[in-house]
Design a protein around this ligand. Structure first.
Ligand SMILES: [Ca+2]
Ligand SMILES: [Ca+2]
Length: 419
């Protein structure tokens, strides 16, 4: 009896101690952590500690804490994830991304270049990009935001997550807000003289005896501008075919700088000539004043496209330091595409001219990006021309024959973020 009483007393004391201890654990944690997920992480961490080499010590510490004091283990104060693993970081600091393309009325594409840890390392190769926003496509590090989404939203927030640890960070992509500042659909029957003027009737010898003449640029009454090459069937004293072609510019009527320049065109289907949509900016057309400083920042020729039927593609090019009658060197960078744009259909050709680069696009695909010469910071005017020359191979038109390039529209957009 005596023995049973003693046992009973011990059990009662043990239950009392246990109840007090449990109340203290519960009270301590709820005062420090108000949300359930954090408490879960704390318990998870205690489990991790117990499985370490100092199992006995940890258990003793826990019992000591719970039964004698209200202080918590130092590891459960501060960041939710405290146990540094072999990667040596606890949080992600930032996500670096760049804009691959940004078409004002089309899709925009971005590429994540780096997921940066709090230690400054780029761990993108072990990270994944997540987005649960409907309409946004994430393919590895490539993010596509369709126009339909951009039309109604200014930004989208995504998550970068380090796969091995699950550590993650949110980042936000803010979209450029585009404004249409110039548009000509070439409706009606006349060229809009508010926007355009005929280029001077230059004689342009690029291997053939070509002269620009007003009458070879006109509006066709079906919503197109026509830029024509015409063969007289004659040759000059040097045996070069004499031909005429059209040229239009917006000089002093519409001039602009950074933005997005787009044309829709059906190209010439003949060798010996090229149609072109191009810009002349800054001092590029001032031979006497244009400094030969090996810089395109003060002026450039930006050839958004020159059609080369003989090559099967179009040429994009940047020239700088003025023409100056071709008497001095004119540095340039160019590229000829390998996209078939000679299927007798309209194709779009565009230039995204930002403060940091020129991005050329054909049918919405990026074909060249460059900062050759330095990015021009001066406004310029648009040119729509046809030229005849040996660059485009043999001139094959016979007397009275002609070849037309059709332009469906020209549109120019700007975004405030450029200025
Ligand atoms: Ca220059
Ligand atoms: Ca049109």
């Amino acid at each position: 009896m005596k023995f049973n009483k003693i046992i009973c007393l011990i059990i009662c004391i043990a239950m009392l101690i246990c109840t007090t201890a449990c109340r203290k654990i519960s009270g301590d944690l709820s005062s420090v952590y108000s949300d359930v997920s954090t408490i879960t992480e704390v318990y998870h961490e205690i489990t991790v500690d117990e499985s370490s080499d100092n199992t006995t010590t940890n258990e003793t510490t826990q019992n000591s804490n719970t039964s004698t004091t209200s202080s918590t283990p130092s590891s459960i104060e501060g960041e939710p994830v405290k146990k540094e693993d072999k990667f040596g970081f606890n949080t992600l600091k930032s996500v670096d991304y760049s804009c691959v393309k940004d078409i004002p009325m089309g899709d925009a594409e971005y590429k994540v270049e780096g997921v940066i840890t709090d230690k400054g390392s780029n761990i993108s190769y072990m990270a994944e990009i997540l987005c649960d926003t409907s309409g946004i496509t994430v393919d590895d590090f490539n993010i596509t935001v369709p126009y339909e989404f951009r039309k109604n939203n200014k930004s989208v927030t995504l998550t970068a997550r380090h796969r091995p640890t699950g550590v993650s960070i949110d980042f936000t992509i803010t979209f450029d807000s585009w404004k249409l500042i110039f548009e000509d659909e070439f409706n009606g029957t006349k060229i809009n003289t508010k926007y355009w003027d005929f280029s001077p009737n230059y004689y342009r010898d690029k291997g053939y005896a070509n002269t620009w003449k007003d009458e070879y640029t006109f509006v066709d009454g079906n919503g197109h501008l026509v830029s024509r090459a015409y063969a007289t069937g004659e040759t000059n004293d040097e045996g070069k075919p004499i031909c005429y072609s059209g040229a239009l510019w917006s000089k002093d009527l519409f001039e602009s700088s950074y933005g997005y320049y787009e044309v829709s065109a059906k190209l010439h289907h003949n060798t010996g000539m090229w149609g072109a949509f191009w810009l002349v900016t800054g001092d590029m057309d001032e031979p006497d004043n244009c400094p030969n400083d090996n810089s395109g920042v003060n002026g450039a020729e930006l050839d958004i496209f020159e059609s080369l039927y003989n090559y099967g593609g179009v040429s994009h090019a940047v020239h700088w330091d003025g023409w100056s009658g071709y008497t001095k060197s004119m540095p340039h960078q160019g590229y000829v595409t390998d996209i078939n744009t000679y299927d007798n259909k309209f194709h779009t050709f565009a230039l995204r001219w930002s403060p940091t680069e020129y991005v050329f696009l054909v049918d919405g695909n990026v074909t060249l990006r460059t900062d050759a010469g330095g990015i021009c910071n001066q406004p310029g005017y648009i040119n729509i021309t046809t030229e005849c020359g040996t660059w485009a191979d043999d001139f094959t038109l016979k007397k009275g024959e002609y070849s037309d390039m059709l332009i469906d529209y020209v549109r120019v957009y700007t975004t405030d973020s450029d200025f």
